[in-house]
Design a protein around this ligand. Structure first.
Ligand code: TYM
Length: 349
């Protein structure tokens, strides 16, 4: 084999992303990822959005509710504006190639790479020996999700950055180890994460140093997509701030993480830039800002919650969308997996 790296990946551009079906979605999922899923449909002809139920098994899960939780996430994609005619929406376990490619990648990824993953360390805390092997291996399955479609762009929140870097490392090592015939382009693309804007890192409403998360024991720390107007107003009213008025410039947000978070939520909810929000609100107090923020959130989330309820009421229609989506997804993944089987030398491939 030559020492030259293979020419760069030359396939089509494709978007892939996913969310776990665990305990309902929150504002961080919405602003960090879901609004981007919708917007990217205008920029890319080929978008695939997955409900990652295999990932949801890595922590405690209840077999009785998993399928319903998956439907809820799919319904949230649709309610937010993902169009099932243009984009593919499906549930991960319905396309077997994800798990198969994950095994191949288990034999490509190195222990040391996974041991560096901060999300595992955060979730496992001091008790890593009691965690499932699946939780440790989680980012390898995530790499398989993306690469089984040869996806080139992955919209996620900032907390997924390290997992996306790992996916690139796995793709690169697979390309190097199994090499394309001399001169042929690389087999897998090195996927780019799309992490931008103030919504990429939404923090807890109670503590500006922690991200908004489903696993936070306090429901006051997050806005759930299904919260009603009163709950939203109450949570924003009680959100931690400081006694100073809002600053007039971005520099004035330094050292005020809770304020930065609320301004970021306002900016990404209304589609304004941070600068524009501060130009309007700088010098004013939170007594005026918080009701305006709650109003902006209700204007965005109330129609979404209503649409979510409407979609969930027609389970057969939702399941049909997921079934079609799984078929379309499998028709892209299967030929990639067939090539992988040949490349790694499986019998009968
Ligand atoms: P999950 O289910 O934890 O979160 C779904 C998406 O929401 C984003 N997010 C946030 N963004 C901003 N602020 C927050 N506080 C916040 N909390 C969550 C996440 O970054 C994510 O984009 N590992 C993924 C799921 C996954 C995946 C994939 C993603 C599995 N396979 C392949 C992309 C590509 C996860 O746990 O997301």
């Amino acid at each position: 084999m030559s020492d030259q790296p293979p020419p760069a990946y030359a396939g089509p551009q494709r978007v892939f992303s996913g969310m776990q079906p665990t305990n309902g979605l929150h504002l961080g999922n919405y602003l960090g990822a879901l609004v981007k899923f919708v917007a990217l449909q205008e920029r890319f002809a080929d978008c695939i959005y997955c409900v990652v139920d295999l990932h949801a098994m890595t922590a405690d899960h209840d077999p009785k509710t998993l399928a319903d939780r998956s439907r809820e996430v799919a319904a949230a994609y649709l309610a937010a504006g993902v169009d099932p005619k243009r984009s593919i929406i499906f549930v991960q376990s319905a396309v077997r190639a994800h798990a198969e490619l994950a095994w191949v990648f288990n034999c490509v990824a190195r222990m040391g790479w996974l041991e560096r993953m901060t999300q595992f360390k955060d979730k496992a805390g001091k008790h890593s020996e009691r965690m499932s092997v699946g939780l440790f291996d989680y980012p390898v399955l995530q790499a398989a999700d993306i690469l089984v479609y040869k996806a080139t762009h992955v919209p996620v929140g900032e907390d997924q950055k390290q997992h996306l870097e790992l996916a690139r490392d796995i793709a690169q090592k697979f390309n190097n180890d199994f090499g394309a015939p001399s001169g042929a382009p690389a087999f897998f693309p090195l996927p780019d994460s799309l992490i931008e804007g103030p919504g990429a890192r939404i923090m807890s409403l109670r503590d500006g140093s922690k991200k908004m998360s489903k696993s936070d024991p306090s429901d006051m720390s997050r806005i759930n997509l299904t919260d009603d107007a009163d709950a939203i107003a109450n949570k924003i009213k009680r959100a931690t701030t400081d006694p100073q008025p809002l600053p007039e410039t971005k520099e004035g947000l330094a050292g005020r993480p809770e304020v930065e978070n609320l301004v970021g939520i306002y900016a990404s909810t209304t589609g304004a830039s941070l600068e524009a929000v501060l130009a309007d609100w700088g010098g004013k107090g939170f007594g005026a800002f918080k009701p305006a923020l709650a109003e902006a959130l209700v204007a965005k989330l109330a129609p979404l919650a209503a649409e979510l309820r409407r979609l969930l009421a027609d389970e057969a229609a939702l399941d049909q969308i997921l079934k079609d989506g799984a078929e379309r997804a499998a028709s892209i993944a299967e030929p990639v997996m067939a090539d992988v089987r040949k490349i790694v030398g499986f019998w009968g491939a």
